[in-house]
Ligand binder design. Structure first.
Ligand code: ZN
Length: 499
């Protein structure tokens, strides 16, 4: 029977938590995949799931704590979360389960040591603790006490780090950490190692480091492609021999943990549609609440947060196109197990478009200046224009040798550019998300829209079905013509016939 020292749960709740923990530890619950739905579980059941995951991965043993001690810590984490529509303990539990999936069902785990897994999972649980439902931009603009305390930088992430440290200390959670792995870390340094790794994981959830994280990750991936595997080391276990060795450099393992946590944190749009939509509903509540507060206090209203001028589909598509897709594509290059998530993203995109209450994502209201600002669930992101994108994304976008199908697409864009310029004066710009299309297969009809923009009529752009696009093309109204990669050929032929 679980017993708590610092918190109180009813005996009924303790029994429920223990029951679920035992089932999860024994691998007897099948609902912990990427279709995990936090709303289907009671609080004690969620606690039990988290405890059970630690047991199942053998991490309770590494931590040197009992199930009761871990449960006590988890209940306190829950109490550290406020009742925000999105940034609540439910989001933490969701990110935890996605993080668990990323390490448990991919080969990535073999590059890490147990201490990294602990850091990643505790980081997932604690990464938004104390979040008030008003993001960093609000904190800075409103000159809140917490913004001043952290000098306007990564305000809420630093707040979460501080709260996490308090709880780790209160529960002595890392005091008895002991891990044996191929990467030697002296026993007396293991506790500090995990604590620092947790804090670095939490700091990496700040959207301001989003692009930097991708750069760092590609560096690690480059190293992995030339590093030896465990095949080259004598081992008693053949299964283990086929595994990879943990990366010897702690900085590299940390980058992998940071990337996995950030991926989990922005994973709403790559989940099955019902979950994608529901998380979008709650983030919208939180965004519009912030917008209301900004109006109330005469602050600039953050992007996507004005309930009178924003809509859900537009916000979701921008988030998927500009933030999630490029990030998961880089991750999928390294970790092929992630590929189905990109398929989900494409399918969800189609679902959003069928809702039909918006135009596809486009530059407007993003400005034509160097930076475009986007509010996303994890914070605010400044998106550089295509030429300013990190080199990894540019490389990813234009590597036509490696992915030949892109060539057709890029040629088509080039044709559209020529056709547009030939018929009207004005510039044509291709948003980064469009340039990064990997293949026509993954983008079914109407999933990714190619925008042929004309500087003279930018405000008049609309999304159209293929039929509409063909009509527009025939009329040479290139500034309004929009189509999907899979229909580009058809559209460009139409353009050729009528040019
Ligand atoms: Zn988060």
């Amino acid at each position: 029977m679980l017993v708590l020292k610092r918190n109180q749960l009813s005996s009924e709740d303790l029994i429920k938590a223990e029951h679920v923990a035992r089932k999860v530890a024994g691998g007897k619950i099948n609902e912990l995949g990427l279709d995990f739905n936090v709303w289907k579980w009671t609080r004690p059941e969620l606690y039990g799931i988290i405890v059970g995951v630690f047991s199942q991965l053998g991490l309770l043993h590494v931590l040197g704590v009992s199930q009761s001690q871990l449960l006590d810590f988890i209940v306190d984490i829950d109490r550290g979360y406020l009742d925000s529509p999105y940034h609540s303990f439910l989001h933490a539990a969701d990110v935890f389960i996605v993080g668990y999936n990323l390490i448990n069902y991919s080969h990535v785990r073999s590059y890490l040591i147990d201490l990294d897994l602990i850091a990643l999972l505790i980081g997932a649980l604690c990464h938004d603790i104390g979040h008030p439902g008003l993001n960093n931009l609000y904190q800075v603009n409103a000159k809140t006490e917490v913004a001043q305390r952290y000098k306007n930088e990564s305000v809420l992430e630093k707040l979460s780090c501080e709260e996490t440290l308090k709880l780790l200390t209160k529960h002595d959670l890392l005091k008895s950490v002991r891990s044996k792995s191929k990467v030697e870390i002296h026993e007396c340094e293991q506790s500090v190692y995990v604590q620092n790794a947790i804090l670095k994981c939490i700091m990496s959830t700040d959207m301001s480091v989003h692009f930097g994280l991708i750069e760092q990750f590609t560096t690690v991936v480059d190293i992995l492609t030339i590093s030896p595997t465990c095949d080259e080391f004598p081992t008693e276990n053949q299964a283990a021999a086929n595994d990879h060795c943990p990366l010897p450099q702690s900085e590299h393992r940390q980058i992998i943990c940071n990337v996995l946590l950030h991926a989990a944190d922005i994973s709403n749009t790559v989940r099955p549609w019902e979950l994608c939509k529901r998380w979008s509903d709650v983030i919208l509540d939180e965004f519009f609440y912030q917008g209301d507060m900004e109006k109330l206090h005469h602050l600039p209203v953050s992007p996507n947060m004005d309930r009178e001028h924003s809509n859900q589909t537009d916000i979701s598509l921008k988030f998927g196109d500009f933030v999630v897709k490029p990030f998961f594509e880089v991750l999928a290059d390294f970790c092929t197990e992630v590929q189905p998530l990109l398929t989900n993203l494409c399918e969800n995109r189609a679902r959003w478009l069928t809702l039909g209450n918006t135009e596809p994502p486009r530059r407007s209201p993003l400005t034509s200046s160097n930076a475009r600002r986007l509010s996303v669930p994890a914070g605010t992101l400044d998106i550089p224009d295509y030429p300013s994108l990190p080199s990894v994304l540019r490389r990813h976008s234009t590597d036509v040798q490696r992915k030949p199908r892109r060539h057709h697409l890029l040629s088509s864009i080039e044709f559209a550019r020529t056709a547009g310029e030939g018929s009207r004066s004005g510039s044509i710009s291709i948003p980064p998300a469009i340039s990064e299309v990997d293949s026509e297969d993954e983008c079914e009809e109407k999933l990714i829209h190619i925008q042929v923009e004309n500087a003279t009529r930018r405000s008049n752009r609309r999304a159209f079905s293929l039929d509409h696009t063909l009509i527009l093309a025939k009329k040479k109204r290139f500034d309004e013509a929009v189509c999907a990669p899979s229909t580009l050929h058809e559209v460009t032929s139409e353009l050729e016939n009528h040019s």
